[in-house]
Design a protein around this ligand. Structure first.
Ligand code: FAD
Length: 382
């Protein structure tokens, strides 16, 4: 691999090393959205990724952007705020890569269907009830009344990441080490004031152990089809609307896979088998299999903000492991945007906006997503 291939270059270079306001490591949806938000705020930004744009989990995503249903948990509320922001963001920034087909949320079984009436009060986003007859007329085999979210849809994952990075310098670069000296970050020949880690499930460039980033492998398949299906749906899996002759089926959730493995056709075909309980799948032919790693947090909320100086805290405040609550010391100008789990395309636009506002305007980070929340708990378990 050419380790230093510039994918597009808009920054000024002289003989002097260019000093950026921010370097972001990771060109998935987290890094791409953060780069976009920082540039909107006038920053100069460099993005480094060892494989290029959207070759991590983001490139594998079906990238459905839909609300979360439930009984109003804090995670549901945050997800739905993020959904509302994300669909407006994609509609304004990249409408050509956001297919607002609407998404139907189908109960899994009779027991699940009964819960839907309790969920109704907590549907914060626009929705309608779809009867069994309405579902059948759309070619959906469900026997239960369902929610239809007209504003939901799905993104072309790779194209969205590429578009967000269009005006930004992106270099294919496998970062092995980051060095901070005289208030600047140095990565090889590159330097910047701020460093933002958007590295997904790989989190060894700084001590992020307290964030407990964990990985879930996933496979999805794209199938060619002439089926007339104008709406997407979620049940225990997602079935995309037919967009340009392609129906996306996704995705598997495999916790035991810890490292990147090759994509398995068998898994995509199993998704087709599963989808046959929802739609007519007889003409679906596998076109391509995608797979990748999602990076989630222990409490399923995103991880955003500054990075705590773990060695300093443990050394200087040994009582922290017994419940002391000293003032935090952070690694200067080091930030993280991670833990987007299975909803990276839902969360990233809002998280990126919040992180950019924090970095540039010093606006406090929402406590629900601030990764500090996990530190003291982690210390007490040491
Ligand atoms: C099969 C599947 C289906 C999914 N479906 C959906 C969906 O329908 N809707 C939705 O919203 N989300 C979905 N997701 C989840 C979504 O893809 C993730 O939330 C998203 O990828 C997280 O983005 P990220 O930028 O944090 O991570 P990634 O996309 O994994 O990006 C991290 C990047 O960091 C780079 N990197 C890491 N370490 C280094 C280093 N040392 N040097 C240089 N570069 C480095 C990697 O190469 C990678 O490109 C799905 C995921 C999968 C796998």
């Amino acid at each position: 691999m050419d380790k230093n291939r510039s994918m597009h270059s808009h920054a000024e270079h002289g003989n002097e090393r260019h000093c950026y306001d921010s370097i972001i490591i990771g060109a998935g949806i987290a890094g791409a959205a953060t780069a976009y938000a920082l540039r909107q705020k006038g920053q100069t930004v460099l993005v480094l990724d060892k494989k290029g744009i959207a070759f991590g989990g983001s490139g594998a995503a079906g990238a459905f952007v839909s609300p979360k249903i439930g009984k109003g948990s804090p995670l549901q509320t945050l997800t739905n705020e993020a959904f509302s922001f994300a669909k407006d963001f994609y509609l304004s920034v990249c409408p050509q890569f956001f297919h607002q087909t609407g998404v139907i949320r189908l109960p899994k079984d009779e027991e699940d269907a009964k819960k839907f009436s309790d969920y109704e009060a907590f549907n914060q986003n626009k929705y309608e009830n779809y009867s069994k007859a309405q579902l059948h007329s759309l070619g959906i085999k469900s026997e239960f009344e369902s929610f239809y979210f007209p504003e939901a849809g799905d993104c072309d994952a790779v194209e969205v990441c590429e578009l967000l990075l269009k005006e930004i310098e992106v270099i294919e670069y496998d970062v092995a080490d980051v060095i901070q000296k005289d208030e600047l970050w140095y990565i090889g020949e590159h330097k910047a004031q701020n460093l933002i880690l958007a590295t997904g499930y790989e989190s060894d460039l700084a001590d992020l152990r307290y964030m407990g980033i964990r990985s879930t492998w996933g496979t999805r398949g794209d199938f060619t089809s002439s089926l007339s299906l104008n709406v997407s749906m979620h049940q225990s899996m997602s079935v995309g609307a037919n967009v340009g002759g392609i129906i996306k089926l996704g995705a598997t959730h495999e916790k035991e896979v810890k490292e990147i493995v090759s994509c398995k056709e068998k898994q995509a075909l199993e998704l087709k088998e599963k989808a046959s309980s929802l739609i007519e799948t007889s003409d679906l032919a596998l076109q391509k299999v995608y797979c990748g790693m999602r990076a989630g947090s222990k409490d399923y909320f995103p991880l955003l903000g500054r990075v705590i100086d773990v060695p300093f805290m443990l050394e200087n405040y040994p009582a922290i492991v017994r419940g002391a609550k000293p003032e935090m010391k952070y690694v200067d100008h080091l930030f993280v945007c991670n833990g987007l789990g299975g909803r990276g395309f839902v969360f990233a636009p809002l998280m990126a906006k919040m992180l950019a506002e924090f970095i540039v305007n010093d606006t406090e980070i929402d406590k629900r997503i601030n990764s500090d929340r996990l530190f003291l708990r982690w210390c007490r378990k040491l």
